[in-house]
Ligand binder design. Structure first.
Ligand code: AHR
Length: 604
């Protein structure tokens, strides 16, 4: 195949094209990218009971609803010590399928109520091996009448596996015949940009290396709520952690909401991503509210936007400043709902959309609004000017390839966003439920189609983002992990996203060729004198491609290549991007995909 890249003449390309979608699912946040490592640390939600807790030594533990830590954290852990105990006793927390223990500084904190003046011992310890990786004492003086918080930090040695727990013990002889109450325990490893209540540095660093341009949050289904009252509520995810009640989520486990609205926005700021905030638009899995019933919730959206965008003389802007961000956050994109009538036969979304659109647009005309039915149906007609339509696509590999030209003939005055997409091969007989080369290559083909049309395809987010391999409800995701060292595993799709997001020009260029698209697909772009050519070979045969690029003589070639079902597994990253330098003979470059690979995406 011979491709001759033109110098001029293509369409402008959206600078936000390749972004990311995050919602709390698969323990992507709690026990995932949010740094806190102890599960059920505030007994939030209604389903967990004593999950992750165990007594240490001669003590008994129970969940105590009569001694709440705060109005939001409605219970605590009672540790009662029998008469005659003379040893250290306490309790363990086993984290999210184990506590990852690294060679690092950890911060831990907990609240205590009970009359105790003495030593608290904190350990990170192998659950079955009993090997102690960290052992740290602090002296506390707690009171019988009220909860008091204590914090400390300590160094740990690395554990070879994830089978570890956090222990808190105290001098049992001082409490024998009585009890102490503990609440809202926390353990943090180093965090990204050293933020308090921040992201796990290791997982966040891998994500930052994708170079995504925007973050869509906080859902996804998880914004919707199983019932109206269990929807994601912005105002219960802000402020001191001990005042956040958490919620029963849409993805089968309680959310702590420690990763809350401000934390999402810090995340965007720290990774230089444009926030795309989804707001609740009246749909839960139980009831759907519209018309006058929706009005209080529209006001709630306006309060949320005042919190984010208002100056600190407004009531909600003042609250934001008190919570640590003096200036308004920069939020220019707001999505109205998530897949809001997809399963409800277009009943109410057009009206709900218009109601919310009007309120937001009147007050914040600079904010671009996104309509979120997940497809082109159930939208208001006409759609207000400037609104972006969000499309969601989870598809089998061949279906993504068939959609390569989806946007070629769309009206150029209607912008779209692919707010969620990813190859999901749930029916494959080989059981490749996790990303594999053919699927990732099909995403690359689809993305080439998007990029060619990135005058109207403004934003696109691979989804979902992250899974804890041991506790999954949806797979595949961009990358995954478990508690053991070396478990962070980028999928093959991760590398596709990284290559595409890290290399894109501001203008799409025409490409002259006598070949048709398929099985090889291409797109070229440039910014100034820097050219980018993306190729994806979806066929079983090797492709020999000559690419002529004007005014150039050398370049960098990045290639991801592997056999059809090849993928990456924890502790075995078999497929990753390989980078080399290429010389162009008079601006002509030859690219041959790896002979041993039958599915291939290459870019220069
Ligand atoms: O990404 C998983 C789910 O897929 C999202 O929560 C939802 O928006 C979509 O249906």
């Amino acid at each position: 195949v011979n491709l001759a890249v033109g110098k001029d003449g293509g369409n402008k390309s959206s600078p936000l094209l390749y972004g990311m979608m995050f919602e709390e699912m698969d323990h992507s946040g709690d026990g995932g990218i949010h740094g806190q490592l102890l599960q059920n640390n505030g007994f939030q939600g209604s389903t967990l009971g004593l999950t992750s807790y165990a007594p240490v030594g001669d003590a008994q533990i129970s969940q105590d609803f009569l001694s709440p830590v705060s109005a939001a954290i409605k219970s605590s852990l009672s540790v009662s010590v029998p008469e005659g105990v003379s040893d250290y006793v306490g309790f363990a927390n086993t984290g999210y399928n184990g506590v990852p223990v690294m060679n690092a500084t950890y911060n831990t904190s907990f609240w205590i109520m009970g009359d105790y003046f003495g030593t608290i011992n904190i350990q990170l310890i192998g659950s079955h091996s009993g090997i102690v990786y960290a052992d740290h004492n602090l002296t506390v003086q707690s009171m019988a009448s009220t909860f008091k918080q204590f914090s400390t930090s300590f160094e740990s040695k690395e554990s070879p596996d994830g089978d570890n727990e956090w222990h808190l013990t105290f001098d049992g002889s001082k409490i024998a015949g009585s009890s102490l109450n503990f609440g809202y325990i926390q353990l943090f490893p180093p965090t990204y940009h050293n933020r308090a209540n921040g992201l796990r540095n290791d997982l966040a660093t891998v994500l930052a290396e994708v170079n995504s341009t925007f973050l869509r949050f906080p859902g996804g289904n998880n914004i919707e709520g199983l019932q109206v009252d269990s929807r994601w509520k912005w105002n219960t995810t802000i402020g001191p952690l001990v005042d956040r009640p958490g919620r029963d989520s849409d993805w089968f486990y309680p959310n702590t909401d420690a990763l809350g609205l401000d934390e999402y926005l810090w995340w965007c700021e720290d990774m230089n991503m444009t926030p795309l905030l989804a707001v609740w638009a009246g749909k839960s899995y139980g009831d759907i509210l519209s018309g006058s019933e929706l009005e209080p919730y529209v006001e709630d959206i306006m309060n949320e936007l005042e919190y984010i965008l208002g100056n600190s003389s407004t009531p909600n802007g003042k609250l934001r400043a008190q919570n640590g961000h003096k200036d308004p956050w920069k939020v220019d994109y707001v999505e109205i709902g998530n897949e809001d009538d997809l399963t409800h036969g277009c009943a109410t979304y057009p009206d709900r959309f218009n109601q919310i659109y009007k309120a937001i647009h009147d007050k914040y005309p600079h904010v671009t609004l996104v309509a979120s039915n997940g497809d082109y149906n159930c939208l208001p007609s006409p759609l207000p000017e400037g609104v972006i339509i969000d499309l969601h696509l989870y598809r089998q590999p061949d279906d993504f390839v068939a959609l390569f030209n989806q946007f070629d003939n769309q009206p150029r005055n209607q912008s779209v966003m692919i707010g969620e997409y990813g190859c999901r091969n749930t029916t494959d007989a080989k059981g490749t439920y996790w990303s594999f080369m053919q699927g990732s290559c099909s995403e690359a083909v689809y993305m080439i189609g998007m990029e060619r049309n990135s005058d109207i395809v403004k934003m696109a987010a691979y989804a979902p983002m992250l899974e804890h391999f041991g506790i999954i409800s949806w797979s595949p995701t961009l990358y995954g992990f478990d508690s053991s060292p070396g478990s962070i595993t980028p999928s093959t799709s991760y590398f596709v996203q990284q290559m595409f997001a890290s290399n894109k020009g501001d203008t799409i260029l025409p490409v002259k060729t006598s070949s048709e698209f398929g099985p090889l697909y291409w797109v070229a772009s440039r910014t100034g004198s820097q050219y980018f050519v993306k190729l994806a070979n979806y066929g079983p045969d090797e492709q020999n491609v000559t690419v002529s690029i004007p005014d150039t003589h050398a370049g960098r070639l990045e290639m991801l290549a592997g056999t059809q079902f090849q993928g990456n597994q924890p502790h075995n990253i078999a497929v990753q991007t390989v980078t080399s330098t290429v010389q162009g003979d008079g601006g002509k470059y030859t690219v041959i995909n790896n002979k041993n690979a039958d599915k291939d995406v290459a870019r220069e």
